[in-house]
Design a protein around this ligand. Structure first.
Ligand SMILES: *Cc1c(COP(=O)(O)O)cnc(C)c1O
Length: 230
C-alpha cells in the first residue's frame, strides 16, 4: 500500500472514532481530500486508496490537474477564494464550490454554469470567528445571502463552510464549530434545505465532527506537509 493510501486509512479511522465518541453515524461524515500543491500522481494514489472527492484552492493549478486526470471519475470541490474574474473556471470545471460569500460571485457562477453540467453544488463560507479582513459572510448576513443564493437557477445551496482560526485545544475548537452548527440549524429552521456542514481540517476534525460536521477537508494528514503556504 502507498503511504497516501495508508494515511487515508488512518484519517478514516480518526473519523470513525470521532463519530463513535459523538454518537454519530460515520456514514454521514464525508472525507474531502485536499490535494492543493500536490500533483496528479498523488491524487491517483489517493484514488487507488478509495478516495473520490478532492478539494483544491488554486484554480489554475486545479484545472491543470483535472486535465491530467480525465481518465479517473473524480468529484472536484473548490475550497479556495473565488475572484470575480475567475468564476468561469469554477463554473466550468468544478462540481462544488464551498467559498461563496458574495451574491455577485454566486450570480456569475449561476450564469456561467454550462447547460450540459449538473447545477453547481455550493456552500456559503461564514466568517464565524469574526476577523475583520477575513473571507466569509458575517453570521448576521448569512440568512439573507442564503435566501438569494437558493433562488439562483444553476446553483444548489447545500450548506455552510468555515475556516476558523487554529484553536489551541479541543474545547476551544468545539465552541467555535458549535456556533457554526447553531447558525446552520437557524437557516434550516427558516426553511432552507441544507444538508452540508463543511468544517474540520487535519488539526480539528474531531471537534468539528463532535459539533456536527458532515464534510471534513483534510490535506496534511493524507498527503503530508505542504511546501507552499495555504
Ligand atoms: C488547506 C485547506 C484545508 C486542509 O488543511 P489541512 O490542515 O492540511 O488538513 C482545508 N480547508 C481549506 C479551506 C484549506 O485551504
Amino acid at each position: 500500500m502507498t503511504m497516501i493510501a495508508d494515511n487515508l486509512q488512518s484519517v478514516r479511522a480518526r473519523i470513525v472514532s470521532a463519530c463513535a465518541a459523538a454518537g454519530r453515524d460515520p456514514g454521514l461524515v464525508k472525507l474531502l481530500a485536499v490535494s492543493k500543491t500536490f500533483g496528479p500522481q498523488a491524487v491517483r494514489a489517493a484514488h487507488a486508496g478509495g478516495q473520490a472527492e478532492f478539494g483544491e484552492n488554486y484554480l489554475q493549478e486545479a484545472v491543470n490537474k483535472m486535465a491530467a486526470l480525465t481518465d479517473v471519475p473524480l468529484v472536484w470541490h473548490c475550497i479556495g477564494p473565488i475572484q470575480a474574474n475567475k468564476t468561469r473556471l469554477v463554473a466550468e470545471h468544478f462540481d462544488w464550490a464551498h467559498t461563496l460569500d458574495r451574491l455577485k460571485i454566486a450570480q456569475r457562477l449561476s450564469d456561467q454554469r454550462p447547460g450540459h453540467l449538473a447545477p453547481l453544488q455550493v456552500c456559503l463560507q461564514v466568517n464565524i470567528d469574526g476577523g475583520a479582513t477575513k473571507a466569509g459572510v458575517p453570521p448576521g448576513e448569512a440568512l439573507a445571502l442564503a435566501r438569494e443564493v437558493a433562488g439562483l437557477p444553476r446553483l444548489v445551496l447545500r450548506g455552510l463552510m468555515t475556516i476558523p482560526e487554529p484553536a489551541p485545544d479541543f474545547p476551544s475548537a468545539l465552541v467555535v464549530h458549535q456556533r457554526t452548527r447553531a447558525l446552520f440549524e437557524q437557516l434550516q429552521a427558516d426553511g432552507l434545505r441544507l444538508d452540508t456542514l463543511s468544517m474540520g481540517m487535519t488539526a480539528d476534525l474531531e471537534a468539528a465532527i463532535h459539533a456536527g460536521s458532515t464534510m471534513v477537508r483534510v490535506g496534511t494528514a493524507i498527503f503530508g506537509g505542504r511546501l507552499r503556504a495555504p
